[in-house]
Design a protein around this ligand. Sequence first.
Ligand code: ADP
Ligand code: MN
Length: 198
Amino acid sequence: MSTLVSDGNMNNGSHVTTTRTKPNILITGTPGTGKTSTSKLIAEMTGMKHINCSELVKKNELSTEKNEEYDCLMLDEDALCDEIENDMDNGGNIIDFHSIDFFPERWFDLVLVLRTDNTILYDRLKNRNYNDKKLSENVECEIMQVVLEEAHNSYDKSIIYEVQSNTVDDMENNVEHVIEWLKNFQTPFINTRNSNNQ
Ligand code: ADP
Ligand code: MN
């Protein structure tokens, strides 16, 4: 597993086109991999704002037409982006979502892709009372690395970290790494911004 400490190359300014002074972090992964638990823990430890997009979509009805086959509402991607845009421009947010290819690339400074072994994920989703179809689709999505691939197609590889999320120890490790990354992030980010603003 790669460490999250910056190697000093990731903030070279090429993709930073924002006035944010605080970073935004994307926590993603197949449903059940631990996005919400991990995001909550990071928010508690850092004071960053946890934005659970699934909850936000439900609460503010950010959906378009109903998909009959899956008996679920389709996400209105533009409405979700509009909803969080102000927060994202300010920085200091942890975005928790499984679908990530429609967010503006400039929003994120770190993308964490959580990975879970099939059998563990199966048990977690079973506990959530997912039906068989939804269960096998999600486990397959994890096996096929769908979210990881989406991350690689959407964001610079220098900011993407694929991490294990099988055990509580894994989660604590991931949270610790993010906190370390935040400490290392501040200085290069400010330098980058200064050089951009000259
Ligand atoms: P997601 O938000 O990705 O759907 P959750 O954070 O809701 O996932 O986690 C799903 C379930 O798995 C919860 O019951 C949670 O406690 C458990 N869980 C998540 N990550 C881990 C982990 N790394 N180790 C052990 N249990 C975990
Ligand atoms: Mn969740």
